[in-house]
Write a protein that binds this ligand. Structure first.
Ligand SMILES: Nc1ncnc2c1ncn2[C@@H]1O[C@H](COP(=O)(O)OP(=O)(O)O)[C@@H](O)[C@H]1O
Ligand SMILES: [Mg+2]
Length: 348
C-alpha cells in the first residue's frame, strides 16, 4: 500500500533552464500514472527527482507520508527502469538480477527463489544463465524491469522503457507491463511521449508542457474534454478553425455553427470523426486528398483561408480531389485565451 506525493516540485538547472516548474501530483496506491508531453517538457526530470537522481530546487517528495526529498536513490523505496536498459553485459541474467539482493546480504536460497519468481513474472523463465548481450532488445528490457521489481520497490518508475523497440514489440510489452503492474498492484509513474502508450496503459494521464502540468485526468477525459488547445492538439487528431462569434453564432468563411458564448475571436476544435461533410456545389472547402483505409476513409480539406482540416468518413466513395464540400461540425469545443469556454455535450 504505497502512495506518492509530489508537492510544488521545481527544478532549475545550472545555467537557468527551468525543467520542472511547480508540479504537484498525488499517485494513489496501485495507480499507474503516465507523464505525457513533448520532448523537453520536463518528464524525465520530474521522474528522476522522484527516484533521487536529481535534487529538486524547491518542493518536496513523499512516499507513504515519509519525506524522501533529500534521500539518495539507494535509500528510497523506488525502482527505476531507464530507456536504455544499462544491464551489465559481462554478467549473465542471474547475476544481473541477484546483484541488488546480494548487496542487501540476502541468503543464497532466497536469492535463487526470487530470481526464478521474477523471471517467470516477466516471461523469461529459464533464461537465468544467458548472457545479457545474447538477448533481444525486448528481452533485455524485460530483464531491466525484473531487476527493478526483484527489490520489491513501493514505487516503480519507468522512463520511456520501450522507446528503442519496434512498434509491435512496444505494443506487446506495454500490455505485459500493465498486466504485471495490475497483478502486483504496484504504484507506478510512467514517462512517455507516445499518446497511444499513455491512453492504453494509464489510470491517469498528466500532460506536461514547459515543465508544468497542463491537465491531469483519466485518459477518456483527456481525449474527450481537453481543457487547453495544447492538450486538444497533442492527444489524437484535432482540427482547429479560427473564427469569430457574433450574436451567438460562430462564423468563418466556410463554417458556421451556433455557439452561445460572448462575442469575439474564438478557436473551434473539432475531431475528424465529428466533422461531417456534405457534397456541395457552393461550398468553399476543397477536397485535397482522399485516403481509403478500408474500414473508413480520411478526407483532407483546404479551407478558403488556408486552414487544413481532416474529416473521418464512413465511406470515401462520394469524395474526389478538387471537389467542394460543406462542413458541418457535429460536436466541438471552443477555446478562447488558451482555455476552454464551451463544449457540446460530446466531442464525438
Ligand atoms: N542535466 C541537465 N542540465 C541542464 N539542463 C537539463 C538537464 N537535464 C535536462 N535539462 C533540460 O531540462 C528540460 C527538460 O528536460 P527533460 O526532463 O529531459 O524533458 P523530457 O523528459 O520531457 O524530454 C529540457 O530543456 C532539457 O534540456
Ligand atoms: Mg525524457
Amino acid at each position: 500500500m504505497s502512495k506518492l506525493s509530489i508537492r510544488g516540485a521545481s527544478k532549475i538547472f545550472q545555467g537557468g533552464t527551468t525543467a520542472v516548474d511547480d508540479v504537484s501530483l498525488e499517485v494513489a496506491d496501485g495507480e499507474l500514472v503516465c507523464l505525457l508531453g513533448p520532448s523537453g517538457s520536463g518528464k524525465s526530470t520530474l521522474l528522476r527527482m522522484v527516484g533521487g537522481f536529481e535534487q529538486p530546487t524547491s518542493g518536496m517528495i513523499a512516499i507513504d507520508g515519509q519525506d524522501v526529498t533529500r534521500l539518495p536513490p539507494e535509500q528510497r523505496p523506488t525502482g527505476m527502469v531507464f530507456q536504455s536498459h544499462a544491464l551489465w553485459s559481462h554478467m549473465n541474467v542471474f547475476a544481473n538480477l541477484a546483484f541488488g539482493l546480494k548487496l542487501r546480504r540476502r541468503p543464497a536460497g532466497e536469492i535463487r527463489d526470487r530470481v526464478e519468481a521474477v523471471l517467470e513474472l516477466v516471461g523469461l523463465k529459464g533464461y537465468d544463465r544467458r548472457m545479457t548481450n545474447e538477448l533481444s532488445g525486448g528481452q533485455q528490457q524485460r530483464v531491466a524491469l525484473a531487476r527493478s521489481l526483484i527489490l520489491e520497490p513501493k514505487i516503480l518508475l519507468l522512463d520511456e522503457p520501450f522507446a528503442s523497440l519496434d512498434q509491435h514489440l512496444r505494443e506487446r510489452l506495454r500490455e505485459e507491463v500493465r498486466d504485471i503492474q495490475l497483478r502486483l498492484k504496484i504504484t507506478t509513474l510512467f514517462v512517455t511521449h507516445g499518446q497511444d502508450e499513455a491512453l492504453s496503459m494509464a489510470d491517469r494521464i498528466v500532460v506536461m508542457r514547459n515543465g508544468r502540468t497542463e491537465q491531469a485526468d483519466r485518459p477518456e477525459v483527456i481525449y474527450r474534454d481537453p481543457q487547453t488547445p495544447f492538450v486538444a492538439g497533442f492527444i489524437g487528431t484535432m482540427n482547429f478553425i479560427e473564427g469569430r462569434v457574433e450574436d451567438g453564432r460562430f462564423k468563418h468563411a466556410d463554417v458556421a455553427v451556433d455557439l452561445p458564448v460572448e462575442d469575439g475571436p474564438i478557436t473551434l476544435a473539432v475531431r475528424p470523426e465529428a466533422l461531417d461533410l456534405l457534397p456541395s456545389a457552393v461550398g468553399q472547402a476543397t477536397v485535397h486528398r482522399v485516403t481509403d483505409f478500408g474500414s473508413h476513409g480520411l478526407v483532407d480539406l483546404h479551407l478558403s483561408d488556408g486552414t487544413r482540416v481532416k474529416s473521418l468518413v464512413r465511406s470515401p466513395k462520394p469524395f474526389k480531389t478538387g471537389q467542394t464540400v460543406d462542413l458541418s461540425p457535429r460536436a466541438f469545443a471552443a477555446f478562447r485565451d488558451n482555455s476552454k469556454i464551451y463544449r457540446t455535450a460530446d466531442v464525438h
